[in-house]
Design a binder for this molecule. Structure first.
Ligand SMILES: [Zn+2]
Length: 230
């Protein structure tokens, strides 16, 4: 059994409440406020501001915020951080570590509250773990795995499922809780600029290929007019 790590209660309500927010219960809104607090902390340290909490039996058992810049690891989305935190919390002798069925029962009682729709990678991870319901704020139009781009939430992971060959099941999704607050955080971040983002490597790979081609063709160096010279 993972230790309960109840996050500090966040009293202040968001600045605005949309009509969609009123479709959710006070308890659901309270958990999403905790996820927003995680996203705000990520914003403060220069990370893409997305945050989440994992809830089981009415208690926060895990939380996460994006750490992709700090770790230079593009997989360190808040959902992966939160899942890893819960798994690390299991003792070596816990029932969940000893039994696949016990682990499945544990995650079947877990809900995720995340400020932005999980990407395809994270939706796959959530399906593999077997979470019950995902509550999210704004949609992720470029990478969303809960319907915006792919329907991992409905379809699961197909044959990339559990170690016994069974497919990972989907999970329920409820969207739109404090979407405005989640979007505002992201907009503020991108207006400021993602200053800590690692420089992409693709440009260099492309440049190297062009240089190799130029050498094979007997051309000299210098500006080739492709805008790729640093
Ligand atoms: Zn993700």
């Amino acid at each position: 059994m993972a230790p309960a790590t109840t996050a500090p209660h966040r009293e202040d309500p968001p600045a605005t409440t949309s009509s969609e927010d009123s479709l959710f219960t006070d308890r659901e809104r309270g958990f999403m406020r905790l996820a927003l607090a995680e996203a705000e902390e990520a914003y403060e340290v220069g990370e893409i501001p997305v945050g989440c909490v994992l809830v089981r039996r009415g208690e926060v058992i895990g939380k996460g915020q994006n750490r992709t810049n700090e770790t230079r690891n593009g997989t360190r989305h808040c959902e992966m951080e939160a899942i890893d935190g819960v798994l690390i919390g299991f003792s070596q002798n816990s029932e969940e570590r000893q039994s696949r069925e016990a682990m499945a029962r544990f995650w079947d009682e877990v809900d995720l509250y995340v400020t932005c729709e999980p990407c395809i990678m994270c939706a796959g991870a959530l399906a593999l773990m077997g979470v019950r319901t995902v509550y999210y704020g704004c949609s992720n139009d470029k990478f969303g795995g809960c319907g915006s781009v792919h329907t991992v939430s409905a379809d699961g992971c197909g044959k990339c499922g559990g170690g016994d060959g069974s497919p990972a099941l989907g999970f329920d999704c409820r969207k739109g809780l404090f979407a405005g607050e989640a979007i505002t955080l992201l907009q503020n971040f991108y207006i400021k600029g993602n200053t800590r983002a690692p420089k992409p490597h693709r440009k260099h790979l492309w440049r190297d290929r062009r240089l190799e081609q130029a050498e094979r063709d007997g051309e000299g160096g210098g500006d080739r007019g492709d805008g790729l010279v640093e």
